[in-house]
Design a protein. Sequence first.
Length: 248
Amino acid sequence: MKIEIKREGLTLRGVLEGATSLENEQVVILMHGFQGNRGYEAGNLLYDLAHALNAAGLATLRMDFAGCGQSDGDFANMTVLSELLDGMAMIDFVRAKMGAKVIDLVGHSQGGVVASMLAAYYRDVVDKLVLLAPAATLKDDALVGECQGTKYDPNHIPMKVTVHGQDVSGQYFRTAQLLPIYETAQHFAGPALIIHGLADKVVSPEASRKYNVILPESKLYLMEGTDHKLTGAKRGEILTTVTQFVKD
């Protein structure tokens, strides 16, 4: 089922799957990473995970953040702060329009950062949290002036920085330098599952180790030979682990 959510003049687009109607008692919201999208085909982590959750009888909502995929907006205007607002709109939609009583958040990479902070902001609403290679190191990278191999002066941030052919606003890096990621996330006291590949070359597994320290009810799985997108032989195990965690 196609879903559209309005947020400050923008339309966020996504899909509700594993449900026969809009009203659902439990909904799992999945959030994608930097320069990513919600996943449109098999092999994409969130696509595969959503369908594994659907097969277990759980409804899933996957939305493109503003400026990504099929949603309105310009990627050059994206910041973690804007994605927090997108995520708030998603949670409020699930509560108001779908009547969900149980809401779980799953975030990959930067989507994990967003999900972790939202879980704290909505700690009275969010039931469980799943972080997949959460990119909390984006703050450390911004402080030294690096973004996935692209370098810039962190003390004199330009109006835009081109990363993998896409313009990223200076506002993204300015706000990233001072983001209270762990300071916010630590206020979520519910069950949390953290999975990180030890072969991740984009985000250090140390980010997940720190999440495991500050989240009081968290379980950490470090996967040998698994990269940032959690591909490879462990993918099936990861899908099963997440599904069992959310369903139980």
